[in-house]
Design a protein around this ligand. Sequence first.
Ligand code: GDP
Ligand code: MG
Length: 191
Amino acid sequence: MKEERKLIASIYLPEDIPSDFGLPELAIAGRSNVGKSSFINAILGQKIAKVSSTPGKTRSLNFYCIDDKFILVDLPGYGYAEVSLAERKRWAKLVEAYVRGRKAIQAFLQIIDIRHIPMESDLKLFSWIKSLGYDVAFIFTKVDKIGRSSIKAQIEKAKLFFPITKGNYVLFSAVTGEGKREAWNLINSLI
Ligand SMILES: Nc1nc2c(ncn2[C@@H]2O[C@H](COP(=O)(O)OP(=O)(O)O)[C@@H](O)[C@H]2O)c(=O)[nH]1
Ligand SMILES: [Mg+2]
């Protein structure tokens, strides 16, 4: 089968959110600058999502269609004080409008920076997703930034705050490509 990944919608307003595409959706969520776009680019092997060193760049809900099989949905990042309150409220409304009763969503992938556990905003995001009734799996990213023993310690810490099990998380680096295959296995198990 021909591999085809494309951005099919970039949405800024709740009223513009498309009804589902008849395909399962996987929502990618996490703090601004945590590496959501880099994760998407790394697993797809192409620069499809904009990566920026300026936090709060993804202001839209971006729908990526993967091989006509499922849709990855990159949610706007949150938790950046640099972004105005008005803008944060606008994002919250947009994301709420998307997730409420969206039957196509199979699960969430929550992206967490392995170096910063726990962050209040990550805990809030997790409980919000659970309150909506969705399953969550975890991508601990930027593992290239710390050593092996620190990674182990951070995962042990994460277990105190998130329901981490053997099969529901991946150690990931967009820089080295570590965890790509595992991320795909995880995605396939979720959709
Ligand atoms: N070292 C390292 N840097 C990363 C990794 N993932 C993302 N980054 C960097 O973190 C910054 C934010 O990444 P981005 O993907 O735009 O985050 P987003 O706001 O969550 O979409 C950029 O400067 C990326 O180059 C990673 O796995 N390792
Ligand atoms: Mg992004």
